[in-house]
Ligand binder design. Structure first.
Ligand code: THU
Length: 135
């Protein structure tokens, strides 16, 4: 699986966003270690609080399918159909990633467009974290 495929899938997933309140569409494509890809988009709610981020939509779908080992996630977000800037995952999503991923190896690809993206390890975006190994 090449990175470009994951990036394209994140950009495509953004189109499935349900975000009538913020109008901010986010798409994510999560790569499991067996090569499967799980996509997600943000799904908002009139009561605001029950809204779900794109990253968690992808993670929860994958975990429900039995996946436990992950390699990377690509994330793309922006107002309406634009992706004019980098969209970094919120703190809650970083904590969810921490539950299922090794911070030293799990990669986050933050996508502006097909040709502009930045790569990080989870430990860089979520240092000194609390995880399953602390309990
Ligand atoms: N959002 C995501 O889906 N992922 C992120 O990484 C940041 C924010 C969503 C939540 C909400 O629907 C909208 O973007 C504006 O905050």
């Amino acid at each position: 699986m090449d990175q470009k495929t994951l990036i394209k899938k994140a950009l495509k997933a953004k189109e499935n966003s349900y975000s009538p309140y913020s109008k901010f569409k986010v798409g994510a494509a999560l790569l499991a270690k067996d090569g499967s890809i799980y996509c997600g988009a943000n799904i908002e709610n009139a009561a605001y609080g029950p809204s779900n981020c794109a990253e968690r939509t992808a993670f929860f779908t994958a975990v429900f399918e039995g996946q436990r080992d992950f390699e990377a996630i690509a994330i793309a977000g922006g107002y309406n159909d634009e992706t004019s800037d980098y969209c970094y995952p919120c703190g809650v999503c970083r904590q969810v990633m921490r539950e299922f991923c090794n911070p030293d190896t799990f990669k986050l690809i933050i996508v502006k467009n097909e040709n502009e993206y930045k790569e990080y390890l989870l430990k860089e975006l979520f240092p000194h974290s609390f995880g399953p190994d602390d309990l």
